[in-house]
Design a protein around this ligand. Structure first.
Ligand SMILES: Cc1cc2nc3c(=O)[nH]c(=O)nc-3n(C[C@H](O)[C@H](O)[C@H](O)COP(=O)(O)OP(=O)(O)OC[C@H]3O[C@@H](n4cnc5c(N)ncnc54)[C@H](O)[C@@H]3O)c2cc1C
Length: 488
């Protein structure tokens, strides 16, 4: 392991300039978009943390740095040129003086897995890694995602240094079946296609508890048709979700807790006939009836927005490579394509584009143009990662507290939905940033993970990792979510 004493003063200054220059460049790269002071202070905080806590002596020493190495008035071009020069030179120095550290730190050369049945922790060597582990929308606890989809893999990559992009952008889908009570563990999506023929409305009068059939036309607010006459009920997802929330916040919501709006097919049935509607949407109507015990051919469906897709994810370049060389990220797990605006676009398209059209070509380019150091799974970095996994599992099993993993996840989801959901502001985000660390602390004191390491208790392990989703808060607040937060 190298340390400061292994380098000349000039080499050391250049390496530190590479570190601070990279952060400075991010903070000034797009003055219209980036909160320069916020980014600079985040960099300062990050370096202070690395100086205190990094496992690597070299990183601890490098992070002990004051100032940016650039004057206050340095232009973006100057920072960019000098930073890139410093980084290139730093890589050459590290290659020469501490190739082991560079090889382990510089490229993703494999993964460490835990066998979900036997608990065995194992290292897998690779020339490159592709991560396609989906989005982080289950951070809201109630979401349309399958329960098995979690953010553990991208969270680990982020902790290992992969940058995250657009974490504050979540798509909240407008047509989900509303929450029915505390017992629920997920939400069901009704298809978007229903908005082709269904009309969305709420009673004009606040707190109107009359059955929908008894509310005359003149006392209904078809709010999407009223507010957006050209889009009507097909308004984009973010607009439609936000409008539903506004109606419910104003006391016009329907169903239990007032958290629902009607999606009414009465006109479509009158116009097309019940059989035509059944032909188009029969499976969805059946599913709705099974879940709610209400017949949508006779009474309007009730819908409410829910977390459905995350536009943010690990940052990747056009070759789908993250900021860790060799680590490629595909599908919903990355931040590409949809960026901050996945209002009605197709995730399916992203899956196909990334998996079929992009990665088969770009990974070949990476492999062909990269000189791979020879490493094996007995490399100290693999051993260190395996030991860290085993230690964390042992710690989780050893807590033997009183609360289930789900109860923590549910509480986290409540905080997220309340303060970081469809509506966000500075006060709410700050409240969340107070609540999350307290919840995390409680988790590490009072969680119970049932079973032994060698038994099938994976669900608890997978879920427990989610409590680590402080990432969402850390990054969304850094990226200025109060101003730019979007429900779409
Ligand atoms: C109900 C519903 C309906 C949708 N409808 C549409 C639609 O009509 N059109 C559209 O374009 N999009 C739709 N979407 C979105 C789209 O399905 C997803 O964005 C897409 O499936 C994401 O694909 P993916 O391969 O990136 O990730 P996923 O399909 O989420 O797959 C990720 C996989 O990785 C696994 N995984 C996660 N972490 C780990 C780990 N640490 N170790 C090992 N495995 C792990 C997960 O279990 C999962 O199997 C819908 C989504 C939902 C939930």
């Amino acid at each position: 392991m190298a340390a400061k004493a292994d380098f000349t003063e000039a080499e050391w200054k250049t390496m530190q300039k590479g570190v601070t220059g990279a952060g400075t460049l991010v903070s000034i790269s797009d003055s219209d978009f980036t909160d320069s002071f916020g980014e600079a202070s985040a960099l300062g905080k990050y370096l202070a943390e690395q100086h205190e806590r990094s496992d690597s002596v070299l990183i601890r020493d490098l992070a002990h740095v004051h100032g940016t190495g650039f004057g206050l008035t340095a232009s973006r071009e100057k920072v960019e040129t000098e930073t890139l020069d410093a980084l290139r030179s730093a890589v050459a120095t590290l290659q020469e003086k501490t190739p082991d550290e560079l090889a382990a730190d510089a490229a993703q050369r494999g993964i460490v897995t835990r066998d979900m049945v036997t608990g065995k922790v194992e290292s897998w060597l690779a020339d490159a890694v592709c991560l396609a582990t989906g989005g982080y929308g289950n951070v809201f606890f109630l979401a349309t995602y399958a329960k098995g989809c979690n953010a553990t893999a991208i969270w680990r990559a982020y902790k290992k240094g992969a940058a995250f992009g657009n974490p504050c952008y979540t798509q909240i889908h407008p047509t989900c079946i509303p929450v029915t009570g505390d017992h629920q563990s997920k939400l069901t999506l009704m298809s978007e296609s229903l908005r082709n023929d269904g009309r969305i409305w709420v009673p004009k009068k606040k707190g109107d508890t009359r059955p929908p059939g008894q509310i005359p036309e003149s006392e209904r607010d078809y709010y999407l048709e009223r507010k957006y006459p050209s889009f009507g009920n097909l308004a984009p997802r973010d607009i439609s979700s936000r409008a539903a929330k506004q109606a419910c916040d104003a006391g016009q919501g329907v169903g239990p807790g007032g958290l629902g709006v009607y999606l009414d097919f009465a006109d479509a049935i009158k116009r097309l006939g019940e059989n035509a509607v059944r032909e188009k949407y029969g499976n969805l109507f059946d599913m709705y009836e099974r879940i709610t015990d209400e017949n949508p051919y006779k009474v309007p469906m009730r819908i409410f927005p829910a977390s459905h897709y995350t536009m943010g994810g690990l940052w990747v370049d056009y070759n789908l490579m993250s900021t860790i060389p060799g680590l490629h990220v595909l599908g919903e797990a990355n931040f590409s394509d949809h960026g901050a605006n996945r209002l009605g676009a197709s995730a399916l398209m992203q899956g196909l584009a990334d998996g079929y059209f992009v990665i088969p070509y770009t990974i070949g380019h990476y492999l062909a143009s990269t000189q791979q150091e020879k490493v094996a799974t007995d490399h100290p970095e693999f051993k260190k990662a395996e030991a860290a996994v085993s230690e964390r599992i042992g710690r989780l099993l050893g807590i033997k507290g009183k609360r289930t993993v789900d109860s923590f996840h549910k509480e986290l989801g409540h905080i997220m939905w309340e303060h970081c959901g469809m509506a966000r502001n500075k006060k709410g985000l700050e409240a969340a940033l107070q609540k999350i660390p307290a919840l995390r602390e409680a988790f590490w004191k009072d969680v119970t993970v049932l079973g032994e390491n060698e038994s099938l208790n994976v669900d608890d392990f997978r879920k427990s990792a989610r409590s680590a989703l402080r990432l969402y808060f850390e990054l969304s607040s850094r990226l200025g979510a109060p101003e730019r937060g979007s429900p779409g």
